[in-house]
Design a binder for this molecule. Structure first.
Ligand code: NAD
Ligand code: DAU
Length: 339
């Protein structure tokens, strides 16, 4: 089995590559990544020493490069993680989100049509469903919840989902889509809530909480997401959407306080800053379908997952310190300087 994993030098893609190499001894994995600011080759260090693994630096929007790779590798499955993934950046500059997240997905699917494929899997997000009110804890996103997006990021992901479904219906391309809630774990880029708060707390810097910190996210340990995708690409039904989430809702302020406690840092580091424009209030996934049809359940409890994650950031300081010492400094100043 040959699997092309796009965006594998990023957070979830790299965790997926390690999960698959460990689980399936006879699989060959080819990672295609443009190595944007969010992609890091050092993340794939262990994989690069594995003869079952190949890394190709390419942009998924580059049709010539994508076609050449498909011709060489004749993949059985493509799992598309490659994306611009940060909501705040999409508010600053939507254009690259439309390019990579929509056009890039179409280029990959065109190659799948041209060279043949057993399955194209699109890694989507719960953000395509918009948000839920804070005062209705009884409501959850199901696969039937209408698409209703808030940010340029979520709109670009929703557009890609619609294209993927159109390629399935019009051309018969075998596809699946997964829509997962917020992930956390190793190799999470420090612009996102959990790693940003860990890195800032360790550096005794202010912890910038947007608005009142009341927004709710449904956190899932990244390995549980990888397990779900592995199940879907092997056993999921052609044309289907699967929601992935672990009924683990927390407000942002709860998360930040847990991180302070785990690191023995004072809550006085918490600073309330200007809210995100169009900020989604609450995400909450109903994972009943993937549980019923594929037997998936999250295995890592948040209390354990957050401890493991913090331990990873403590033991891998050079990984994130290198990131935050470079171009990230300009990003941080731009986003948080006058907030
Ligand atoms: P990430 O930003 O950490 O990684 C994205 C990777 O894609 C990077 O390695 C980057 O270099 C690569 N990339 C970007 N543009 C590319 C292009 N044009 N061609 C090739 N490679 C390109 O993102 P992540 O958090 O790992 O998210 C991965 C996927 O999962 C995304 O599609 C995202 O929408 C989805 N998702 C993320 C979460 C989450 O909580 N992080 C939850 C649900 C779904
Ligand atoms: O739900 C899945 C989505 O989760 C993925 O599709 C996205 O790719 C991923 O980035 C994530 O989106 P969020 O916007 O939920 O994640 P983020 O880590 O940026 O923010 C989480 C919450 O924390 C959100 O309510 C905004 C808030 N926040 C974030 C940052 C970076 C802060 O309060 N302060 C911050 O500095």
């Amino acid at each position: 089995m040959t699997i092309i994993v796009t965006g594998g030098a990023g957070f979830i893609g790299s965790n997926f590559i390690y999960y698959m190499l460990d689980k399936h001894e006879d699989y060959r994995i080819i990672c295609v990544d443009k190595l944007t600011y969010a992609g890091n080759l050092s993340t794939l260090e262990r994989a690069l020493n594995d003869e079952r693994f190949r890394f190709v630096k390419a942009d998924i929007c580059d049709r010539t490069a994508v076609n050449k790779l498909f011709e060489e590798e004749k993949p059985d499955i493509v799992v598309n993680f490659a994306a611009e993934s940060h909501v705040d950046r999409s508010i600053e500059n939507p254009d690259i989100f439309l390019q990579t997240n929509i056009i890039g997905t179409a280029v990959l699917m065109d190659a799948c049509r041209k060279y043949g494929i057993k399955r194209f899997h699109q890694v989507s997000t719960d953000e395509v469903y918009g948000d839920l009110p804070l005062d209705r804890p009884d409501l959850f996103f199901t696969e039937e919840t209408p698409i209703h997006t808030s940010s340029p990021y979520s709109s670009s992901k929703a557009s890609a989902d619609l294209l993927v479904q159109a390629y399935n219906r019009t051309y018969g391309l075998p596809i699946t889509i997964s829509r997962c809630s917020n992930n956390y774990g190793p190799y999470h880029f420090p612009e996102k809530l959990i790693p940003l708060m860990i890195a800032n707390a360790l550096n005794d810097k202010p912890l910038p909480v947007y608005g009142k910190g009341e927004n709710v996210r449904d956190w899932l340990y990244v390995e549980d997401h990888c397990k779900a995708i592995d199940l879907i690409i092997h056993n999921g039904k052609d044309g289907e959407v699967y929601n992935i989430g672990g009924h683990n809702e927390k407000t942002n302020i709860e998360i930040v306080k847990i991180i302070c406690k785990e690191l023995s840092k004072p809550e006085s580091l918490i600073t309330y800053v200007k809210d995100r424009a169009g900020h989604d209030l609450r995400y909450a996934i109903d994972p009943a379908k993937i549980h019923k049809e594929l037997g998936w359940l999250p295995e890592t409890k948040f209390e354990d997952g957050i401890k493991k994650t913090i331990k990873w950031y403590l033991e891998n300081r050079s990984w994130w310190q290198e990131i935050i010492s470079g171009e990230y400094q300009n990003y941080y100043e731009k986003m948080y300087g006058n907030r």
